[in-house]
Design a binder for this molecule. Structure first.
Ligand code: FAD
Ligand code: N01
Length: 536
């Protein structure tokens, strides 16, 4: 997979990251005739789907939609085997993209970008890798991912454990064999909810350590239905066009009515229909579920009742039923037999709200109530989301400005694409863009296309430098906060708010105005000669 080749001394563009974002960016920059290389710390492509190889890892956007749309031939030829693709298939798809567009010759694997400094006189970035290699690039594109900086929990004694420890976001490449083993899972976010049922089917015993329960909707995953696939493929361009106008970039029916303007029977029937159909479209049951707490309560209670119906032990069911946040304000989970797994005799739940973890020991986990012994500890403890991977790089912009200092009180950007004071530095799905609130491939394509459009515009006019203005950035940040405050999102202690990382500023980081509205804004700015950006 990996190969060693020397990094050129100068390039038109350095792209950091070989996930879907970086790969598509490289493809578009080549088409502009620019010299570009991807620097990627892993030894293969795929980003999220390279790293997250835990059992059960799967997409929760339907395969027919979680895929590139930029090439009609590609979307016609690729065949997905399931309604929701699993990680191995998504990784195959990523490798197919790399091969089909001959991208590997311009990717430097096992190369981590450590720092990037803007040379004002030359109007170029000096990029330094962890191996001390240095490259000078006119432009830098950060395709570093929103969920790529895995986070180890700050639990005492974590290094003392003598058994096997795995983080879901750094899962080993070979199969982890759980047969006959006593397994602890710490965390109950999307990763844990996918992994627990699969691990429980194999292990001798699974103990789940839950701090906060999450809402999860059954996926109803199934082998790809041929007629369904054909219905998409025969109409792909039009459906993709429509999806791009949706709030989440996912084509599904959103009921415009308020949950409160229909009677109880109608409301329950709508929830029931969406529950049976499976997946995140559940949140489209009514138009005001993320706006109105009373409406939201009806959906939350519906799901809590489903949990109570599925989990036989009433105390476990109640512990699994979320009550501390409105449904959807933390990333909603999608599962395959998650709640039913707690009916298995080899699965137990420990409620950390009642008996917190005191320490990890050499042989297991000690809570305030007792000692547990384990062979394996699975850390499903999430990511330093949205800003984590970016801030691991030491960026120095104009006048010695450091990105870490600029973002001390939370990320600030113009459209989630650029940061004032950091010319020619672009972010794909950066904070301030719809990013994690959307079908990420739709958002990636939109950002890459917009950046390529801007660079083409500059090329045609002989321009070398672009920078977001402070005024435009301030307006965008203000607008982003105003829109967020109209929703229920800020009321949850979520990773969207930075709440999972001690000391991280509590700011709602993605843009909740919707993928369609956001695209229109970006396009209008471009049409007005890139208003809010200084070009020279
Ligand atoms: P990534 O895939 O994260 O790739 C970033 C790459 O940058 C990584 O390979 C990383 O190694 C590299 N990198 C980072 N920093 C450096 C550095 N300093 N130097 C060199 N390389 C670096 N989104 C959806 O829309 N639907 C889903 O169902 C969905 N499921 C998900 C499931 C999981 C388990 C996770 C973690 C995320 C999921 N996401 C989902 C979000 C997912 O991250 C995006 O869909 C998409 O894969 C992001 O692609 P990307 O190229 O932007 O970033
Ligand atoms: O991470 P998370 P994730 N002690 O942050 C707990 C995407 N994704 O990897 O909530 C005990 O959601 C923490 O508890 P709490 C998706 O966008 C998608 O699961 O902080 N527990 C929480 O339960 C998702 O949202 C899919 O109280 C500790 C858990 O660890 C995002 O990635 C699949 C702890 C972390 O949950 C992240 O999901 C997977 C501690 N010290 C991921 N520290 C799809 O299905 C943390 N926790 C598409």
């Amino acid at each position: 997979m990996s190969e060693t080749k020397s990094l050129p001394k100068t390039l038109d563009a350095v792209i950091v990251g070989a996930g879907f974002g970086g790969m598509y960016m490289l493809h578009r920059l080549r088409a502009l005739g620019l010299s570009a290389r991807i620097l990627e710390q892993a030894d293969g492509v795929g980003g999220t789907w390279y790293w997250n190889r835990y059992p059960g890892a799967r997409c929760d956007v339907e395969s027919m939609q979680y895929s590139f749309s930029f090439d009609e031939a590609l979307q016609q030829e690729w065949q997905w085997s399931e309604r929701f693709a699993a990680q191995p298939e998504l990784l195959r798809y990523a490798n197919h993209i790399a091969d089909r567009y001959d991208l590997r010759r311009d990717i430097h694997f096992e190369t981590r970008v450590a720092s990037a400094r803007f040379d004002e006189a030359a109007e170029r970035w000096t990029v330094t890798t962890d191996k001390g290699e240095v490259v000078s690039a006119r432009h830098c594109v950060m395709a570093t991912g929103c969920l790529s900086a895995a986070r180890l929990p700050d639990i005492k004694g974590i290094a003392a454990f003598k058994g096997e420890t795995y983080h879901t976001g750094y899962w080993p490449h070979g199969k982890v064999d759980f047969t006959g083993k006593r397994v602890a899972v710490i965390g109950t976010g999307s990763s844990a909810i996918q992994a627990i049922p699969v691990i429980a089917a194999e292990a001798a015993q699974v103990t789940v350590f839950q701090r906060t329960p999450n809402f999860s909707i059954p996926s109803r995953n199934a082998p790809m239905d041929e007629a369904y696939e054909q219905s998409w493929k025969s109409d792909y361009a039009a459906r993709r066009r429509e999806a791009r106008t949706m709030r989440t970039g996912i084509l599904y029916a959103i009921n415009p009515l308020s949950a409160l303007e229909v009677d109880e029977a109608t409301r329950q029937a709508e929830y029931e229909r969406r529950w049976e159909n499976g997946g995140t479209a559940f949140m489209g049951a009514f138009g005001d579920l993320i706006l109105n707490k009373a409406s939201n309560d009806t959906a939350a209670e519906f799901v809590r009742n489903k949990i109570r119906g599925m989990v036989k032990d009433p105390a476990t069911a109640e512990a699994l039923a979320p009550k501390d946040h409105p449904i959807g304000t933390k990333r909603i989970c999608v599962d395959t037999h998650y709640y039913e797994t707690y009916n298995r005799p080899n699965v137990a739940l420990v409620n950390l709200r009642e008996t917190p973890i005191d320490t990890i020991t050499a042989t297991g986990i000690r809570t305030s109530a007792r000692d547990f012994e384990f062979d394996v500890i699975v850390l499903a403890t999430g990511f330093d989301a949205m800003t984590g991977a970016l801030l691991k790089i030491d960026f120095e912009g104009r006048g010695g400005r450091r990105l870490s200092a600029e973002w001390e009180h939370g990320p600030r950007s113009q459209l989630g694409l650029m940061v004032a004071g950091f010319p020619n530095l672009f972010m794909i799905t950066g904070p301030g863009s719809p990013s994690v609130l959307s079908n990420m491939i739709v958002s990636i394509e939109q950002h890459v296309d917009w950046i390529a459009g801007l660079l083409g515009h500059m090329q045609a006019r002989g321009l070398a430098c672009v920078e977001a203005t402070e005024e435009a950035q301030a307006d965008w940040v203000r607008h982003g906060m105003e829109v967020a405050e109209k929703t229920l999102y800020p009321s949850a202690a979520s990773w969207y708010m930075g709440a999972n990382i001690p000391g991280k500023p509590r700011v709602f980081m993605p843009y909740i105005g919707g993928v369609g509205v956001y695209r229109e804004t970006c396009d209008a700015i471009a049409a007005r000669g890139y208003e809010g950006f200084r070009l020279a």
